[in-house]
Design a protein around this ligand. Structure first.
Ligand code: FNR
Length: 182
C-alpha cells in the first residue's frame, strides 16, 4: 500500500490493552494504509557505548522506522509517565547523534488504561519527547481511552459505543499523514 505505518506499542504485556487497541484501530484505516507493529521487546537497554556497534534488533528497529511514512504510538501509563520500554526504543532510534530516524515522520499518540485519566499524563510526556525529536504529532482529537468491559467485542474489534470516536480519530490521523507525506 501507499502509506506504511510503524506502530509502536508501549507495553510488553502479552494481554496488553494497548496492543489490543492497536490491533483493532488499524482495521479502521483505509486500504491505502498498512500497519506494522515494531518489536521493542528484544532491544537491549540503551547504552551510548554501543552506538558504534548496534545490536541487530536496533538496526531492525531503525530500518523499520526509516521505511515508514508515519508513526502510531499506543502507550501504557506507568507511574504517570511512559513505560521505560517505550522510552528505551525511542532513545535507540534517535542515536547515534545526527542519525535519528524519527525526524519528520507524522505521528499519532493514543493510550489505554483502566485508570480514569486514560494515560493522559503518559501521552503528554510522550508528546514532549516527540516534539524534541522533530516528529509532527497530531494534536486533536486526543484519545485517552479508559478500558471498560465492552470496549472490544468478542473478536477484538472496537465495539459500537467507541467506534464512532475512534473512527473519527483514524480519519483525522490519515489526513495528517497524507498532508505530511505529499
Ligand atoms: C500502572 N498502571 C497505571 N495506570 C494509569 O492509568 N496510570 C498510572 O500511572 C499507572 N501506573 C502504573 C505503574 C506500573 C508499574 C504498572 C505495572 C501499571 C496500570 C496500567 O494502566 C495497566 O497495567 C494497563 O493495563 C497497562 O497497559 P497494558 O499493558 O494493558 O497495555
Amino acid at each position: 500500500s501507499q502509506y506504511q505505518i510503524a506502530v509502536v506499542v508501549g507495553s510488553l504485556r502479552k494481554d496488553s490493552f494497548n496492543r489490543k487497541l492497536a490491533n483493532a484501530m488499524v482495521k479502521l484505516a483505509p486500504p491505502e494504509f498498512s500497519f506494522k507493529q515494531v518489536q521493542i521487546s528484544d532491544l537491549p537497554l540503551y547504552n551510548q557505548d554501543d552506538d558504534a556497534n548496534p545490536a541487530e534488533s536496533v538496526k531492525r528497529l531503525k530500518a523499520e522506522i526509516t521505511a515508514a511514512q508515519g508513526l502510531l504510538f499506543f502507550t501504557a501509563e506507568y507511574n504517570r509517565s511512559i513505560p521505560g520500554v517505550l522510552k528505551n526504543a525511542i532513545d535507540h532510534a534517535s542515536r547515534p547523534y545526527g542519525q535519528s530516524v524519527w525526524a519528520g515522520k507524522p505521528a499519532g499518540v493514543l493510550g489505554a488504561s483502566i485508570g480514569a485519566i486514560g494515560t493522559s499524563m503518559a501521552q503528554q510526556h510522550l508528546r514532549n519527547v516527540l516534539a524534541y525529536l522533530d516528529v509532527p504529532t497530531l494534536g486533536q482529537p486526543e484519545a485517552f481511552i479508559q478500558v471498560k468491559d465492552g470496549l472490544f467485542d468478542e473478536v477484538g474489534n472496537i465495539s459500537a459505543d467507541s467506534k464512532e470516536f475512534l473512527q473519527n480519530w483514524i480519519n483525522r490521523y490519515v489526513a495528517w499523514v497524507k498532508k505530511h507525506a505529499d
